[in-house]
Ligand binder design. Structure first.
Ligand code: ADP
Ligand code: MG
Length: 628
């Protein structure tokens, strides 16, 4: 079998990513330039606000975009940043009159804005770590609600801590930033940090967890830790953005960072598309322009000869409409899901630009075996697996067959700790897998695929494999080379830069196996890898698996309904029915076993099959379709 060349050159993948970052920056610069040139001083003020919003929304999207969890809590970080930076930079004399009861360690620092920012970032980091240890345990709506809880708590504290914040009264005397360059540089840095995080090891882990937490865990990624890292960076940066926001306001109160601001920033993020950094930029620009045009109408105006009444809160209504329209018409946001060409959505790989050489095939695995010993599992009284024992040695493919509902998938789920076994152990060599946490299974070199495709849909084919290699503990450079090797081994090179959700079915099935192999497993558990493939695709997959198992001395446990496929590849076959092992042996032995035929086609038909076989030997064996 020949492995086709990787038709998408890695350098091309890298370039496409640089282009996207550059495009996001260019959009920002152009918007700022137009505002300043066309609208003068007013335009400059809007541009300053826009840059600070880009920073805040980029910070917000570091968490929301990568974990898929919408946060309303970032206003809490902005509050802390604004007040802390205000206090650290305030002129001492003014501070004595405005905040006479300020704790002594906070008073009289008079720092320059830029030198206060590191302290602000540290405070944000501490708050994020503290709150993240709880919030990172949650997903979906409960996570979102807990972020809202954080906002409410910090808001209430800000109102009651009068000595520090002047309570709900205006906090004044904060040095103002009016310098467009300063905030523009900040916005560019926020965009670059967000972009780099997105492509970093932890950014990829967080996105993998976002797309499929179970599959990510099976690769060895710890989901809570991935969310915590994203939350912490996001929170620290939001705190800095809050400081900048405070400095452009000059005077503010806790209400300045409350639901109004939070809602506007969430709208900006969702309108632009929270999954990409470019989305943050486009969303901020679109919403800022919308806010500014609507605000002019709020006090009543004459449009085309019709005089409009004063409508208080028109800007908020417009924001509400904007988010509804986007969610309805373009749920991914204005920029979300946007691909410049088929290869546009590509990985960004700092430090490995020159590396185009695939990794060598790993040294053959040490000979060992995976053993299941007396495994059992019931679901609410239904026995799914009942006292199953068997072994799968390295260097060969062991088939696992049985009718639907026999317990095959459950067995794999027990061996990889997807479920806790009621009884029994699964071992590889001498280590007991049933005692390990789920994300630690891969350290024992056991990788798996899932019966129902469990790819990371928002990641490219390349990233799906790359993240698996990273999760197995490889450096970026090595992971990149391993990714090239596996993409080539499964003929996925030409579609490496496409998102998994856009791939044809056969390619997705192959990608899931490539992802598992990128972890250099010793034992590979494949749950119906050929299901849904056409005969040509199945044959092709069989060729590839055969080569790989032998070359790498991997032990494969192969579940499939296509018995021709299993018979061709397996040296031994284990047959299950109703949770139990009913036969085991070579394909020939298993095929001749009466219990197996019975399990597949039932008692009555077995007898008829035997009869009709006696009568005419040239007529096809009715068991052929299932057991041939
Ligand atoms: P197979 O993969 O051989 O088709 P499964 O392992 O998926 O079989 O299922 C075995 C039995 O366990 C079936 O009766 C199925 O309904 C049941 N089962 C599997 N997973 C669960 C679950 N998470 N909850 C309840 N029942 C389950
Ligand atoms: Mg199954």
């Amino acid at each position: 079998m020949t492995t086709p060349a990787l038709t998408t050159h890695p350098a091309r993948l890298l370039a496409a990513n640089g282009v996207r970052t550059a495009a996001a920056l260019a959009v920002l610069l152009v918007a700022v330039a137009i505002l300043v040139w066309v609208f003068g001083r007013t335009g400059e003020r809007i541009a300053v606000l826009m840059c600070v919003n880009v920073s805040a929304v980029a910070a917000l999207a570091i968490f929301c975009g990568n974990t898929g969890i919408v946060s309303f809590g970032h206003g809490a970080f902005m509050t802390v940043g604004a007040y802390l930076s205000g206090i650290l930079t305030m002129p001492a004399a003014l501070q004595r009159s405005a905040l006479p009861e300020l704790p002594i360690w906070l008073a009289g620092h008079e720092l320059a804005v830029w030198s206060a920012l590191p302290f602000v970032a540290l405070a944000g980091l501490a708050l994020a770590l503290l709150t993240g240890s709880a919030i990172a345990r949650l997903v979906g709506a409960s996570a979102t609600i807990s972020t809202l809880g954080l906002l409410i708590i910090v808001h209430s504290i800000a109102i009651s801590a009068r000595e520090i914040t002047r309570g709900s009264q205006t906090f004044y005397g904060v040095p103002r930033i009016t310098d467009l360059t300063f905030v523009l540089v900040a916005a560019v840095m926020f965009i670059l940090i967000a972009r780099m995080f997105r492509e970093s090891r932890w950014g990829l882990f967080a996105r993998a967890v976002r797309d499929d937490e179970d599959a990510a865990t099976a690769l060895g990624i710890a989901p809570r830790r991935a969310r915590l890292v994203a939350w912490t960076l996001s929170g620290a940066l939001a705190t800095v953005a809050g400081a900048l926001y405070g400095h452009i306001l000059g005077a503010f109160s806790p209400a300045s960072f409350y639901l109004g601001l939070v809602f506007a920033q969430v709208v900006m993020m969702i309108v632009g598309g929270m999954a990409s950094v470019g989305g943050a930029v486009v969303g901020v620009i679109a919403v800022t322009l919308l806010q500014n045009s609507v605000r002019n109408l709020e006090g009543g105006a004459t449009v085309l000869g019709i005089s409009l009444p004063e409508v208080f809160g028109l800007t908020t209504i417009a924001l509400g409409l904007a988010i509804l329209l986007v969610i309805w018409l373009r749920p991914q946001g204005l920029v979300g899901g946007f691909e410049i060409g088929p290869n546009a959505d590509a990985p960004f790989l700092p430090g490995s630009k020159r590396e185009t050489q695939p990794a060598a095939i790993p040294a053959p695995a040490e000979t060992t075996e995976m053993v299941a010993d007396g495994l059992a599992k019931s679901f609410a009284g239904v026995v799914a697996v009942d006292d199953m024992s068997f072994s799968a040695p390295t260097g060969t493919i062991t088939g696992l067959i049985g009718p639907n509902g026999a317990g095959k998938s459950t067995l794999i789920n027990l061996m990889t700790r997807q479920y806790d076994a009621d009884k029994g152990v699964a071992r590889i060599g001498t280590s007991d897998l049933t005692k390990l946490p789920r994300h630690a299974i891969i350290r024992q070199k056991v990788a798996r695929s899932f019966q129902n495709l469990r790819l990371f849909n928002g990641l490219t084919a390349y990233e799906n494999v790359f993240v698996a290699a990273l999760a197995a503990g490889h450096s970026r450079r090595e992971a990149h080379r391993i990714t090239l090797r596996e993409l080539m081994a499964f003929d996925l090179g030409s579609i490496a830069a496409m998102r998994a959700e856009n791939l044809p079915y056969g390619a997705r099935k192959r990608l899931e196996i490539a992802r598992a192999l990128a972890q250099d497993p010793v034992i590979l558990l494949l749950d119906e890898p050929a299901a849904g493939m056409n005969p040509a695709e199945t044959d092709d997959l069989a060729d590839r698996l055969d080569v790989i198992a032998q070359e790498r001395n991997i032990g494969v446990l192969l579940i499939d309904h296509d018995l021709k496929f299993v018979n061709r590849l397996s040296s031994r076959i284990v047959v299950m029915n109703r949770g139990q092992k009913i036969a085991e042996g070579t394909p020939e032995e298993v095929r001749a076993d009466g219990r197996v035929i019975e399990a597949y086609i039932g008692r009555g038909r077995t007898a008829r099959a035997a009869q009709s076989n006696q009568h005419s030997s040239d007529r096809p064996d009715p068991t052929e379709g299932v057991l041939a």
